[in-house]
Design a binder for this molecule. Structure first.
Ligand SMILES: Cc1ncc(COP(=O)(O)O)c(C=O)c1O
Length: 428
């Protein structure tokens, strides 16, 4: 029989609850940023310095022709949609369950996002629902490898070939993750990685676009990297005359951010090993404990990136215990578990209210009467809603800590064994 629950004054199962803070900052990170400050290396106009080094590092890791560092992942996504030439009249299939930046820039190019349901076990875009929503207007598909678990790339690439879709991968949770041995970010026409502070390669703020397609690269360069960089890099007959002005935005990355990201990127494989060692071990320990099911890892995943760890709460296995009480009991034991907060996009007001054209950017092309957005309602994507409802989240502990994972597992067992006590108290 386990000891009394920490919630009721017993000894917590986790002796020293770990704190999670990201990213790890080393002496070499500090030295590099300090040197840049001392040299007053604070902006670049061309492809140079820390930006160039970061882009070259991504280029060789992913073996792609072009990389373009940006001020954010959102800017990189906008540049990808623009780079592909998507615009009025084009439908872009996109996951309802993703971070908003995967979808919102589609509006900025005046194309139409068509939301797609999620798989109930991974939270990733569902290939079956992708196919259902393809029309004669569908031009492209954007996918997000949620939490660093690869989307179902075998099925998705079949659809991309069958319907001649352009593919954009949002790899913001999935730096260095792979599917059947192939790195995520190398399947699409363009792929994007956010380098925001919580990401595996953290610049603080930043993003990067990868492509093998010269036209996508040149259009993305013109959109946000005018003058010197565009003049150096945009060489095609069609586009080079626009280098002097670009197409209107400044999406350049800050050198300090690029320097930090370059240092973090050197440690990516170590980070991934740490997360996989900890979290796959935790999953093996949680198997069979009532009340919780570890996150699913499909057999095509050859490397997971664990942006977060999302197990499923199973109240039926604990006699209908409420999630709130379950989480309170685990937190008292020292497990930093929470209800996953992210909701699918279709429940957001922007996707539910009448189209008022209040947010269209620029003029739409005459003769094209595509609505600016589709309206959805709660219940339209039941699988995404189910995934969002049933998942909890733990931070992706990256330093090796098998003993802590053991203690987490003990805490889950202890709470499951004494769920009846928690429930009795719930009733009083
Ligand atoms: C899946 C996904 N896509 C895109 C972004 C946007 O990146 P950024 O914050 O760098 O603009 C994020 C970031 O938080 C994200 O999680």
């Amino acid at each position: 029989m386990s000891t009394s629950l920490a919630l009721y004054g017993g000894k917590p199962a986790v002796s020293h609850p770990p704190t999670y803070s990201w990213p790890p900052i080393t002496e070499s990170d500090i030295a590099l940023v300090t040197q840049l400050l001392q040299r007053k290396e604070l902006s670049y106009y061309g492809r140079e310095g820390e930006v160039q080094e970061l882009e070259d590092a991504f280029k060789s890791y992913f073996n792609v022709r072009y990389t373009l560092a940006m001020s954010s992942g959102t800017a990189a996504l906008h540049s990808a949609f623009f780079g592909l030439g998507l615009g009025p009249g084009d439908e872009v299939l996109a996951p309802t369950f993703t971070f908003l930046s995967t979808v919102m820039p589609i509006f900025v190019v005046n194309a139409l996002p068509i939301l797609v349901d999620a798989e109930t076990d991974t939270g990733n875009i569902d290939p079956v629902d992708i196919e259902r929503r393809i029309t004669s207007g569908t031009k492209a598909l954007v996918i997000t490898h949620m939490q660093g678990h690869a989307c179902h790339m075998p099925a998705i690439m079949d659809l991309v070939r069958k319907y001649r879709l352009r593919l954009i991968e949002d790899c913001s949770h999935a730096h260095g993750a792979s599917c059947q041995g192939q790195l995520l970010g190398t399947f699409g026409d363009a792929s994007v990685f956010s380098l925001q502070g919580s990401k595996l390669v953290a610049a603080g703020q930043g993003g990067i676009l990868l492509t093998n397609d010269q036209e996508i690269y040149e259009r993305a360069t013109l959109l946000g990297h005018f003058k010197v960089r565009a003049m150096e890099e945009v060489t095609s007959e069609k586009y080079r005359r626009f280098s002097g002005t670009g197409y209107g935005l400044n999406y350049r990355m800050h050198p300090l951010a690029a320097g930090l990201a370059k240092e973090q990127f050197k440690r990516l494989d170590t980070y991934l090993k740490g997360r996989n060692d900890n979290l796959l071990y935790l999953s093996s320990r949680l198997k069979g404990i009532p009340g919780i099911t570890p996150p699913v890892v499909r057999d095509y995943v050859t490397r997971h990136a664990w942006f977060t760890y999302r197990p499923f709460f199973q109240p039926d296995e604990l006699g209908g215990l409420s999630l709130q009480t379950y989480l309170k009991a685990l937190q008292a034991e020292g497990v930093p578990i929470q209800k996953a907060a992210s909701q699918p996009l279709h429940v957001e007001p922007l996707f539910q209210v009448e189209d008022d054209h209040s947010y269209t950017y620029g003029r739409t092309t005459p003769g094209i009467s595509t609505p600016a957005r589709q309206r959805y309602q709660q219940g339209d994507f039941p699988q995404a809603e189910q995934y969002a409802r049933s998942t909890c989240t733990l931070p992706p502990f990256t330093e090796p800590m098998p003993q802590v994972m053991d203690q987490f597992a003990e805490a889950f067992s202890k709470v499951a064994e004494q769920a009846h006590r928690l429930q009795e108290r719930e009733k009083t």
